[in-house]
Design a protein around this ligand. Structure first.
Ligand SMILES: NC(=O)c1ccc[n+]([C@@H]2O[C@H](COP(=O)([O-])OP(=O)(O)OC[C@H]3O[C@@H](n4cnc5c(N)ncnc54)[C@H](O)[C@@H]3O)[C@@H](O)[C@H]2O)c1
Ligand SMILES: N[C@H](C(=O)O)[C@H](O)COP(=O)(O)O
Length: 337
């Protein structure tokens, strides 16, 4: 298991409440929020920003006026900061009319964490398609939207579980656009942000980062692609000369078995699926999505809206619970300086 902000029972947790956004109300977000509160009680305080009408029938909740009221809510009830939506939620069928409120719930959480009223934010999954169609949402996901709200040029997506941390260099773009997007500048910025976050937020003094190639067999010496020699290796050499502990470019297909994972603290991969398939395969229930490079803490479960099971009461809250816990540990660490 990795030494980290995850799976480390004795580490301190934040005392201030975490703002949990509702995400897409037609998905499993409201259900797992209620289940997470029942599992965590008041040990790990968070409040839900959403419309109480979207909670599963019979859910125990209490409306709060401000985040600081969270502490007064009995442990069996979900503290709810009301965020009215125009439409009811039909499981599995997102309403275009609700799209704008999904987005404003996220902006509201950011405003609260920036004002110091929340210790971190945790986001339940959104449907990018529903937001694009219903609200003209111009961002491919939370990651890019949060960077814009925070006024930050560059952020990094990391997914972390007790056995693995992965970072995709390019994120939500078509596979055919990856080679052109994979510039030395982007790779260098991603490595610097990842390195800094492993030190600051994960408490690893001298992080070891393994970097994949882009092509099969990391290019096989140029026989299967040139990006390894022309883009990736020169950046690694430059940053290694500064003292960063980097290895690669490695063939991606052999970087994620147990013995390989023991040799690094994070793997940086060149595109979305190269990074996310291994972690969602190894630990779908325990994975957490964390945005590095923001001025505040943001985590999220590693799964999506799960429309196929919404409204059935069978959704697993484990990843959300892990995300809330990771946010709490990180917030406590930052507060301690
Ligand atoms: N953070 C986010 O906002 C986020 C993350 C990932 C995907 N998404 C979005 O979610 C939508 C659906 O994506 P998808 O279908 O690729 O992935 P998904 O994670 O929603 O679902 C994949 C499979 O896993 C199951 N599953 C997911 N979470 C589960 C849980 N907590 N308990 C039990 N089973 C669970 C689903 O039922 C489904 O069979 C897309 O619009 C995608 O963009 C959002
Ligand atoms: N790429 C993420 C995943 O597949 O889990 C997911 O789409 C979340 O992205 P945001 O956190 O940017 O919404």
């Amino acid at each position: 298991m990795l030494p980290s902000a995850q799976g480390s029972g004795p580490l301190p947790r934040a005392t201030g409440p975490i703002a949990l956004t509702c995400g897409e109300p037609a998905g499993i977000g409201p259900e797992i929020a209620v289940k997470a509160r029942l599992a965590l009680g008041s040990r790990l305080p968070f409040f839900w920003i959403g419309d109480p009408r979207h909670l599963p029938p019979g859910s125990g909740f209490q409306v709060i006026r401000t985040p600081s009221d969270t502490v007064d809510v009995p442990p069996g009830l979900l503290p709810v900061l009301p965020h009215p939506f125009p439409d009811a939620a039909v499981p599995g069928r997102p309403s275009g009319g609700n799209a704008t409120a999904v987005v404003t719930a996220i902006s509201r959480a950011v405003a609260l964490v920036q004002a110091g009223a929340a210790s971190a934010i945790c986001t339940a999954p959104i449907s990018k398609q529903a937001l694009h169609e219903g609200a003209g949402f111009a961002f491919p996901g939370h990651t890019e939207f949060l960077a814009s709200l925070a006024g930050v040029d560059r952020v990094v997506m990391m997914l972390a579980c007790p056995a693995l941390r992965v970072v995709p260099v390019t994120i939500h773009i078509a596979l055919e656009d990856v080679p052109a997007a994979l510039t030395p500048e982007l790779l260098e910025a991603t490595l610097r942000i990842t390195h800094a976050a492993l030190i600051r937020d994960f408490g690893i003094a001298a992080p070891r980062i393994a970097v994949t190639g882009l092509n099969p067999h990391a290019g096989e010496g140029g026989a299967m692609g040139q990006q390894e020699a022309h883009v990736i290796a020169p950046v690694l050499a430059r940053l290694a000369a500064e003292g960063m502990r980097l290895t690669g470019p490695h063939p991606a297909d052999t970087l994620f078995h147990a013995a390989a994972r023991a040799r690094y603290d994070a793997a940086v991969a060149m595109y979305h699926d190269q990074a996310l398939i291994p972690i969602k395969t190894i630990d779908f229930a325990g994975g957490v999505n964390v945005t590095l490079g923001l001025p505040f803490i943001r985590t999220s479960p590693d799964h999506g809206t799960a429309f196929d099971i919404a409204g059935q009461g069978v959704a697993d809250p484990s990843s959300l619970i892990a995300a809330l816990d990771m946010a709490s540990v990180m917030a406590a660490a930052r507060a301690a300086g």
